[in-house]
Ligand binder design. Sequence first.
Ligand code: ATP
Length: 268
Amino acid sequence: MATTLESNTAAITVRDLSITYTRPTGGTVHAVDNISFDVRPGEFLTLIGPSGCGKSSVLRTLGGLQTPSAGDIRLGDVTIDRPVPDRISYVFQDFALFPWRTALANVETPLEIQGVPKKERRERAMKVLEQVGLERFAAQYPHELSGGMKQRVAIARALVTDCDILLMDEPFGALDEQTRLMIGVQLVELLEKLNKTIVFVTHNLQEAVNLSDRVLVFSKPPSVVRDVVEVDLRRPRRFEDMNSEEFMSIQRSLFSLLYETESAERAV
Ligand SMILES: Nc1ncnc2c1ncn2[C@@H]1O[C@H](COP(=O)(O)OP(=O)(O)OP(=O)(O)O)[C@@H](O)[C@H]1O
C-alpha cells in the first residue's frame, strides 16, 4: 500500500522542510522535521496525523503564508516564499467570509483585489456560484446561510481566480456529518471536472479515504511522514463505496498507522 513520495512531474515539491517555532514565553517547538514529498498535478492529497503534528503549519508554508525554518518549497521552478494568489488559493475551516458582503460580493473579492473590471468579476463570480449550486443565494449575507452554504461560498471564492491549486485546512470540520459527506462528494466531482490539485487537512479518516488519491500520515512532532497510502478506489466515488471492504480496509490501515504512532510515543 505504501508508495513513493517524490515524482518526476509535480505541482509542488517539498524538500527537507523543517518548521520550528519560538514561543513568546521562551522555548521552541520543533513541529516538522526534515520532510520531503511531492504534490502531483491534479491529485487530491490529504495530510493526516496526531493533533499538533504540524499539518496546518505545512499547509501554510505550501501557500507561502509562512516561511519554513529550513527547506525548500517549489511551484515548478519558483520557490514559494510568499502567497501566490493567481496559482494557489486557501480555504479555512471557519469560512473566513466577510459578514458585511453578500455571497456574490464575497466571491468577487479576490478579483477586486486583482483589479478585474466590475462586469467581468460579476459574471465570473456568478458562474462559480452556479458551479457550487448557490446561484439562488447570491444576494444573501453569510448570516442568512447555513454552515454548508457558507463553506460552498468560501470554496467558490477560492475557485474564482482560476487557481490550479487549492489548500484546504479542515474545510468541513465545522459541519455536521451528513453535510460534510454530501459537500465532500460534490466538491470532489467539481474539482475533478475543473482539474484542480488539492492539498487537504482533516482529522476524519472516513473523509480522508472518501476524497483522496493519496494520504500522507504524519508522526507525532517533531513530525516526519510516517507513511503514504494510495487510495485506489473508483472515481467518481459513490456513497455505497464507503461500506465496501476495500474502503474499510484502507480506513483501518490509516487508523493503525495513527495508532502505532501514538503507542510508539507512549512506549518511549
Ligand atoms: N504561531 C505559532 N507559534 C508557536 N507555536 C506554534 C505556532 N503555530 C503552531 N505552533 C505549534 O506548532 C505545532 C504544530 O501546530 P499545527 O497547528 O501546525 O498542528 P496541526 O497538526 O495542524 O494541529 P491540529 O491537528 O491540532 O489542528 C503545535 O505544537 C503548535 O502549538
